[in-house]
Design a binder for this molecule. Sequence first.
Ligand code: DP6
Length: 369
Amino acid sequence: WILMATARSPTNIAVVKYWGKRDEALILPINDSISVTLDPSHLCTTTTVAVSPNFDRDRMWLNGKEISLSGGRYQRCLREIRSRAGDVEDEKRGICIGKEDWGKLHVHIASYNNFPTAAGLASSAAGFACLVYSLAKLMNVREEQGKLSAIARQGSGSACRSLFGGFVKWEMGKVLKCTKDSAGSDSIAVQLADEQHWNDLVIIIAVVSSRQKETSSTTGMRESVETSPLLHYRSTEVVPKRILQMEEAIRTRDFPSFARLTCADSNQFHAVCLDTSPPIFYMNNTSHRQVPHSFIVTNWFFRIISFMEKWNRFEGTPQVAYTFDAGPNAVLIAPNRKVASLLLQRLLFYFPPSTDTELKSFVLGDQSI
Ligand code: DP6
């Protein structure tokens, strides 16, 4: 016999970013963070997990290619879920698995991303959220979502936020290192507002490159923690206040404040990357094919930031927001569909589609533009 469960999990975009760990093994962050979860139909991971007495070891395939499960992050998630597994009974098929049996049974995991892996589109966030959720379903784990988020966090920090829709805060938990028993159990995600709360907000992701990023987030943040004085200032002096302001902006649907805070946080995150030794450049040059047979290397990031900033300055109050994660793709946010259409028109005019530039629009809620 074989027993299966499938789950789909969206990615999330941080508007107050997580950058830096105080405990690498447990993935405990040095500051709280806030994100928006995208609509699952756009950027998501779909994972099917299966268990059978015929499986002789745990195995996993990502986008059809077998990958190793030996990494500590996978092992930790599997172990945490197995230790909370419940009894499973399928009378029709005569299957009966007691909770003590899960330690002896092996799982096969098949996971697909419908977006570029490791190009700064938070694929690990959707991936680990989906892995933990599908395993929890298969093994009948009856924990509330917050507890599951603490398990997904041990796969990839940002994954804990993808277990909820809408606006989500990852609470860093106690600043002091946790004792062995508590194991970071208070470092969990909580939903600030569901996907209906501010559903006229439109998120546009400008995918300019699907190449793998050069410095992984894990390595990058380790180097920043070790070498950047700005990161220390950010996590202790800036983020605690910014989190409160962002929560208020979300609660009151105050777009100008939301936009100001989002752009400022993205810029400070990249400033921290530059303040790291050796410096990390996530905002690379991007080449655009503009006339046949010739590539013009343009600095897409500075052009798009200055384009958005000029627009906001011209209008007097912020109309649009931008944020960049650890990769070259831009995430642009508009307060409603009217502004989003205008933004798309302007983007297509200033950044005409080329072989290397692809603009996709993604929408929060079930609207489309
Ligand atoms: C810039 O969650 O990918 O996207 O915990 O080491 O797996 P690990 O890192 P990861 O880092 C995400 C960093 C970020 C900001 C954010 O999503 O908050």
